[in-house]
Design a protein around this ligand. Structure first.
Ligand SMILES: [Ca+2]
Ligand SMILES: [Ca+2]
Length: 390
């Protein structure tokens, strides 16, 4: 190996950092009815993914290979919203218009519990550290919890009209939630003590909340087109998506340790690294209005398409060779030409993610040279993130 090439590889190995080079392939599965409008989605206890059908008044189950089974909710026009696997091995869900919390067994038996006050409009739901189901009441302006046998407790928010939406357990053992109308992120202790933090961007409409691998909470700002990170001390950082009209509707942690959100208006799923770097991947069906996203028991990302009544599955595969666009294990001349085309502005980086070794959303001359090296010497000879320090 000549000295020049060694120096080049050394420079590259310093520039290459995790995450690994990723390729995302999306498969969509149509629901039996086009008016189902799936909304919430969650990994089930049975190895399947479960979802709510907002328009269909049903709870659905989809296997890793796309076989769908649906279960009718007894209450008409219940508008099921969020869904989560409960501590009892059943699925629990909110009924936005039905004003109930529902439970469905993996066999499909549905039980419903009516909320204490009418018109509460429950939205988000999660499992608390106390093994109760905690939920938000958007119109009721309350946070509530229900035992697995149907006993309710509710706490009214400090400010009227806060519009609590999504809820999850924080790293501190408190329940954290979004205030869609109040433009705050809030937390509540198990005994009902509130703390709230204002979001810097006005009218951001935070929706979706998940605990990241960095022990911070992450949300999507639907109106402002940003992703928000907040630590348990209340420090907020906002990361803009490429388009401020993307309408990020929800967010989860992917199997790759990054944050993933659905962009309802833009029709993308988007990867957001802990540093806030965003990569968007278009959903094949246009105008699908993706609403929610989760990581399934099979290690794929799963999301709901509200407008097209489909369930999407996104598989992430990783390459360890700069320039190996199709992850075949070698770099071809065509792949090098693809990189050159991207560098010249003729194609997007998404045409060959494996060419962008340092994930700065650009293809540099060094990265093209690394791909040439990989084409000449084989992929195993190149310096990549997995070989750093070797
Ligand atoms: Ca290849
Ligand atoms: Ca680059």
């Amino acid at each position: 190996m000549c000295a020049g090439r060694t120096a080049l590889l050394f420079a590259l190995s310093g520039a290459l950092t995790a995450p690994a080079l990723a390729q995302v392939s999306v498969t969509e599965f149509a629901l039996p009815s086009v008016t189902s409008s799936p909304q919430g989605i969650t990994p089930g206890p049975d190895g399947n993914v479960w979802f709510t059908e907002y328009g269909g008044d049903r709870i659905g189950r989809i296997t890793p290979t796309g076989t769908v089974t649906e279960f009718k909710i007894p209450t008409a026009s219940s508008e099921p919203n969020a869904i989560v696997t409960g501590p009892d091995g059943n699925l629990w869900f909110t009924e936005r218009y039905g004003n109930r919390i529902g439970r469905v067994t993996v066999g499909g038996k549905v039980t419903e519990y009516r909320l204490p006050a009418s018109g509460s409009r429950p939205l988000g739901i999660t499992v608390g550290p106390d093994h109760n189901l905690w939920f938000t009441e958007y119109d009721g302006n309350r946070i509530g919890h229900v035992t697995t046998t149907g006993t309710f407790t509710e706490f009214t928010l400090p400010n009227a009209g806060s519009g609590p939406g999504s809820i999850t357990v924080g790293p501190d053992g408190n329940l954290w939630f979004t205030e869609y109308d109040g433009n705050r992120i809030g937390s509540i202790t198990l005994d009902g003590s509130f703390t709230e933090f204002a979001i810097p961007t006005l009218g951001s409409q935070p929706n979706g909340l998940t605990i990241g691998p960095d022990d911070a909470l992450w949300s999507a700002e639907r109106h402002s087109g940003k992703v928000l990170r907040i630590d348990t001390g209340g420090d907020i950082t906002e990361f803009p998506l490429p388009s401020n009209s993307a309408e990020p509707a929800n967010i989860t942690v992917g199997p790759d340790g990054n944050l993933w959100c659905v962009e309802r208006n833009a029709g993308n799923i988007a990867r957001v690294t802990l540093a806030g770097n965003v990569t968007e991947f278009p959903i094949p069906t246009a105008n699908s209005q993706p609403m929610n996203i989760t990581t399934g028991p099979d290690g794929n990302l799963w999301f709901t398409e509200f407008a097209t009544s489909q369930i999407g599955r996104a598989s992430i595969t990783t390459a360890d060779c700069v320039g190996d666009c199709d992850m075949s294990g070698s770099v071809t001349v065509d792949e090098i030409l693809t990189l050159v085309n991207i560098a010249l502005g003729g194609a997007l980086v998404s045409a060959c993610e494996a060419g962008d070794g340092n994930h700065d959303q650009e293809i540099s001359i060094d990265e093209i040279l690394a791909a040439v090296t990989n084409a000449l010497d084989g992929c195993s000879a190149s310096g990549t993130s997995s070989r750093r320090g070797a």
